[in-house]
Design a protein around this ligand. Structure first.
Ligand code: GRG
Length: 304
């Protein structure tokens, strides 16, 4: 299958997984109450690139039948793919809140606190974060070591040393002149940690060996840094309608960005170098890497 068709097929699977693995918005019975579930689905079903869940599925596929441990099909990777998208969406909802970036537009729609209210947006984010771990605990009971590893990986990436720590440093760095080391810390943790973890969750489910998980993690780290540099470039160069979120926000908010520190041209070169490093890290892994190679390349030339 050609790359675009394969990407659409993966995204369709993620969307089906979201539909079936999120609580239904019914007002009575064991799966209620309606408002919180409607708000969770509102942000999650707004779309987005689905990069992280697609990476989970594609990494699992890479090892089908090739791993040292018994391989599981990528169908088995779907709950983990949905889990990471729940976690990512929680971080976007909370990032948009008035107390953080105070944004009105996300994924082409009013942000959760604009559509509902601030309290509902906070709770929807909290509920998506919690649901991510519930999905892992429920769907990966066997073997128990796999479930524990997945939960441990996601908890580490989402916690105060990585996603939340990166977000904290990002906020502290606003309107300061950050050093390159500060910027690298922010991007490695706020952005790259979750992208790296998407690949390692998929690899674990597919049965990757330890050295293969290290290689996947390295590819994810490099892809994540390239992804954030391109995000910075797009924030400075693209328009709001294309991005589906407010463009030019970094400059207005005095954010620490690659473009602010190094300028556009240098940032483009850095993005290319990190993309090349991600592709290089993939080499040496088993299986058909053409989809992942295509995905990494497509992220380097994305326009939104
Ligand atoms: C609130 C704990 C907490 C963390 C917030 C995700 C985040 C950290 C902040 C959002 C702002 C931002 C620029 C984050 C860097 C990561 C990033 C580029 C997120 C957007 O990811 P995309 O482009 O979004 O994959 P879609 O909507 O396509 O899924």
């Amino acid at each position: 299958m050609e790359f675009p068709a394969q990407l659409s097929a993966y995204i369709a699977r993620v969307d089906t997984g979201i539909e079936s693995l999120l609580p239904a918005p019914v007002s009575t019975g064991p799966r209620g109450p309606a408002r919180i579930h409607t708000a969770m689905r509102y942000s999650l079903q707004a779309g987005g690139k689905r990069l992280r869940p697609v990476l989970v599925l594609a990494a699992a596929d890479l090892f089908s039948g090739t791993g040292a441990k018994p391989s599981r099909s990528a169908v088995a990777a779907l709950p983990a793919a949905v889990a990471i998208e729940c976690l990512h969406t929680y971080s976007l909802i909370h990032d948009d809140l008035p107390g953080m970036d105070n944004d009105d537009l996300r994924r082409g729609r009013p942000t959760a606190h604009k559509q509902f209210d601030e309290a509902t947006a906070i709770l929807a984010g909290d509920a998506l974060l919690t649901h991510a771990f519930a999905l892992l605990a429920t769907h990966y009971r066997e073997p128990p070591a796999l479930g524990l590893a997945l939960i441990g990986d996601l908890a580490a990436a989402a916690g105060s040393q990585q996603l939340i720590g990166g977000q904290m440093e990002d906020m502290l760095a606003e309107k300061t002149a950050p050093t390159n080391a500060q910027l690298e810390f922010i991007h490695a943790n706020k952005t790259a940690a979750m992208i790296r973890t998407a690949l390692t969750l998929g690899g674990r489910i597919g049965g990757a060996r330890d050295e293969e998980l290290v290689r996947l993690g390295l590819a994810g780290e490099e892809l994540g840094v390239a992804f954030q540099i391109i995000d910075d470039i797009l924030d400075a160069t693209a328009d709001t309608a294309t991005l589906g979120k407010t463009a030019g926000k970094d400059l207005t908010a005095g954010k620490a960005t690659f473009v602010g520190l190094h300028g556009l041209e240098k940032s483009r070169q850095f993005a290319q170098a990190h993309t090349a490093a991600a592709l290089a890290a993939l080499q040496g892994l088993p299986g058909d890497k053409s989809f992942l190679t295509g995905l990494i390349a497509s992220m380097a030339s994305r326009t939104k």
